[in-house]
Design a protein around this ligand. Structure first.
Ligand code: PHE
Length: 399
């Protein structure tokens, strides 16, 4: 039984992904390039959704998870008849984790492929690179997981065509600051941030501001660059200030190495971080070095709510893995997009943008999704604790 339904979901997922090859959706060949006046709707009977993701590179689990979540959502929606009586089709381009490639992929999807909506990216630096293209082309974009405030805001003004289904970093940073100060009762914390990463710099700043507001002291604030392999200098400087915790708001591959080198240097205090820690690769690389550490996240697969457990089971059947936050947010973003499409009078950019902006109390697996005037979702965060190289749900923090 399980096997049969696993095959069914996998087949549906493949069918959804395979739709991009149908002549209904114009392919990359210039001979097939749609006329400038053609809309995504007119391009055939299926509705084309674009996705920009890091399917390869140092942050590959983000892109692969996000893509899997989106494919599962589309398979389920198509099994129920699609949207407006039309099937949904997905076209994903790999940006290899590079912002410039994310911008190029978004341009191609919006201008050449004429997608109805752009989904992605997970990483803030890449969503920031895509955002101007969504606004410039008038194709609505829903960032699945990017938490930097500027993703939806440009010079103090809300970007008209850019939305996200996740919470933002001023909140995420405050959650860990409060947890460290009030739950763990820590007074002295060090920070180690990725200075070339918008998300890392922003989240570190928001954590520091709130931790100090709550009466704590930041004893050291060090930087590194993604891809660095040796963190001895920074960790030694940090150790000399005797912090009770080290806040490392970075991506999983770097965090895992930092955790291992900290233990090698005899630093036994917990590390802490944010959603960027959420990847199976974190644990594979860390091999126990992060036991006793904590991170904030968007969701937990341990949530017993039927909606979440159904999602976890179907995802497992289709991909043989427990969905992480990037997968859950990809799934939610695709379903929010489809919900807006079904409410919109037509699938033009302006109509769809209106409908997305009106999303209210949408039942996501990452929580109820209501988009505010800033195009951000106001949602709770969870705190995960790592024990025996496994992340376990600890608590939920409301906005
Ligand atoms: N929030 C991170 C960013 O903005 C990306 C991320 C989200 C990574 C969820 C993992 C899981 O860059």
């Amino acid at each position: 039984m399980r096997f049969a339904s696993a095959m069914a979901v996998a087949a549906l997922a493949l069918a959804a992904a395979g739709c991009e090859r149908k002549p209904a959706a114009p392919g990359p060949s210039p001979a097939r390039a749609p006329t400038p006046s053609a809309t995504a709707e007119a391009a055939g009977d299926s509705i084309l959704i674009g996705h920009v993701a890091s399917l390869t590179g140092d942050q590959a689990t983000y892109g692969v998870s996000s893509d899997n979540g989106i494919k599962l959502a589309i398979a389920e929606l198509n099994a129920k008849g699609g949207v407006k009586g039309r099937r949904l089709a997905l076209r994903t381009y790999d940006d290899e984790g590079i912002p410039e490639k994310a911008a190029a992929a978004a341009t191609r999807l919006a201008v050449h492929d004429q997608v109805a909506v752009l989904l992605g990216e997970v990483a803030s630096s890449r969503s920031l690179a895509m955002a101007a293209i969504a606004d410039g082309t008038g194709v609505p974009m829903i960032s699945t997981a990017s938490t930097h405030p500027r993703v939806t805001r440009d010079r103090g003004r809300t970007r008209p065509y850019v939305f996200r289904v996740c919470f933002v970093d001023p909140f995420q940073g405050a959650v860990m600051a409060k947890f460290a100060r009030e739950h763990l009762r820590l007074a002295k914390v060090a920070v180690l941030r990725d200075v070339g990463n918008d998300y890392s710099v922003g989240l570190a700043d928001f954590f520091v501001a709130r931790f100090e507001e709550l009466g704590g002291t930041i004893v050291s604030d060090q930087g590194f660059k993604a891809g660095d392999r040796d963190f001895q200098v920074q960790l030694t400087a940090i150790a000399s200030t005797r912090p009770q915790m080290i806040y490392v708001p970075a991506y999983y591959a770097d965090v895992a190495l930092i955790g291992r080198q900290a233990r090698e240097l005899g630093i036994g205090v917990p590390l802490a971080g944010g959603d960027g820690w959420d990847s199976d690769r974190l644990f594979e690389i860390a091999r126990g070095a992060l036991d006793g550490s904590y991170f904030t996240d968007h969701y937990t697969h341990e949530n017993p709510a039927p909606l979440v457990q159904r999602f976890v089971q179907r995802y497992r059947e289709a991909y043989g893995a427990v969905p992480d936050a990037a997968a859950a947010l990809g799934y939610d973003a695709a379903r929010v997009a489809a919900d807006a499409m079904s409410r919109a009078p037509d699938l033009s950019g302006p109509a769809l943008r209106e409908a997305i902006g009106k999303t209210k109390d949408f039942p996501g697996v990452t929580g109820r999704i209501s988009l505010d005037a800033s195009h951000d979702a106001v949602k709770p965060a969870v705190v995960i604790g790592i024990e025996r190289n496994v992340g376990r749900y600890l608590t939920t923090v409301e906005p």
